[in-house]
Design a protein around this ligand. Structure first.
Ligand SMILES: Cc1cc2nc3c(=O)[nH]c(=O)nc-3n(C[C@H](O)[C@H](O)[C@H](O)COP(=O)(O)OP(=O)(O)OC[C@H]3O[C@@H](n4cnc5c(N)ncnc54)[C@H](O)[C@@H]3O)c2cc1C
Ligand code: FES
Length: 265
């Protein structure tokens, strides 16, 4: 496993993709060279004590030492982050957390993502060998709230679902997942999900019914990011306490943790 480092990155580009959604590129060569898909960076927003805590963000596509961070404005931290300009410094610690474990067999991979949950799967899409079969699903509320451009989605063969039918399949992403899994027939498959708690709960239920292995990357609020404060604890399904998303995750086998909208954002 790689060792996280602290690095002062430099913002090289910023772009607003849609309302409240930003895509920024940060030159951070020491973190970039080590990162494997599924890992995240703990980002210090600025030099002042507001906000005091770092914010976890998944590491997206990497090129020439530059990391893409794609985020939704949720509160003060992400609002301030969206104001960064090329040339600004950003204090990062990373890569943190575990990586997506890909079975070494011929199973078809199905990525189920919702909103900004797409980010770690973009990097997995880049790091997987091209020949490995995958279906990439991205669910959004509407075309006005897309986290990647339509151009990028087309290049990656992403299949959209939207709640209002303005892009791709009209319906939610779990309904599209069910269609995709039915279409695979008797092929062995593995589902990997990242997105809102409601979507992940639906994915877990469906995969259990269809007896298909599934793992989920959980994006819960974090305090320390290193296993000290317990703020990222999620209940184990066996009733034996909790697992920590920052230390034991963020990726879990769906059978190991409680995945319900009441527990996850
Ligand atoms: C592994 C991981 C990957 C993620 N990847 C992405 C991504 O790629 N894109 C994206 O948009 N979002 C991502 N998120 C979610 C993102 O971290 C939050 O949206 C972000 O932290 C919100 O910060 P804010 O200041 O804007 O929001 P606010 O709601 O103002 O800040 C609240 C945040 O502050 C922290 N916090 C404040 N006080 C405490 C306390 N006492 N104890 C513990 N925590 C506290 C928590 O992290 C909480 O989320 C990810 C989360 C995780 C865990
Ligand atoms: S964020 Fe502090 S224990 Fe996980």
């Amino acid at each position: 496993m790689n060792r996280p480092v602290a690095e002062i990155g430099q913002v090289t580009a910023t772009k607003q993709i849609s309302s409240g959604l930003w895509d920024i590129e940060v030159y951070s060569p020491k973190i970039a060279v080590q990162t494997r898909a599924g890992q995240f960076a703990h980002v210090r927003i600025n030099d002042s004590f507001n906000p005091f805590l770092r914010r976890p963000l998944s590491i997206g596509p990497i090129q020439d030492g530059k990391l893409r961070l794609i985020f939704a404005i949720r509160g003060e931290g992400t609002r301030l982050l969206s104001q960064k300009k090329p040339g600004d410094a950003i204090d990062l610690i990373g890569p943190l957390g575990g990586v997506f474990e890909i079975p070494d067999d011929d199973s078809a991979l199905v990525f189920l993502t919702g909103g900004i949950g797409v980010v770690p799967l973009l990097l997995l899409d880049d790091q997987l060998p091209k020949r490995r079969e995958r279906v990439f699903i991205l669910g959004v509320r509407s075309v006005d709230s897309i986290p990647v451009t339509l151009d990028e989605a087309e290049k990656r063969h992403i299949r959209w679902s939207s709640d209002d039918g303005s892009v791709g399949f009209h319906g939610n992403s779990v309904q599209l997942l069910e269609n995709v899994l039915n279409g695979l027939g008797s092929r062995k498959a593995r589902v990997i999900g990242c997105g809102p708690g409601k979507m992940l709960a639906g994915m877990k239920r469906l995969c259990q019914e269809m007896k298909i292995p599934a793992s989920a990357s959980l994006e819960v609020p974090m305090g320390c990011g290193v296993g000290a404060c317990q703020s990222c604890a999620v209940p184990r399904t066996d009733g034996k306490g909790y697992l920590l998303v920052c230390k034991d995750g963020p990726i879990f086998d769906c059978n190991d943790v409680v995945i319900e909208p009441e527990v996850l954002p």
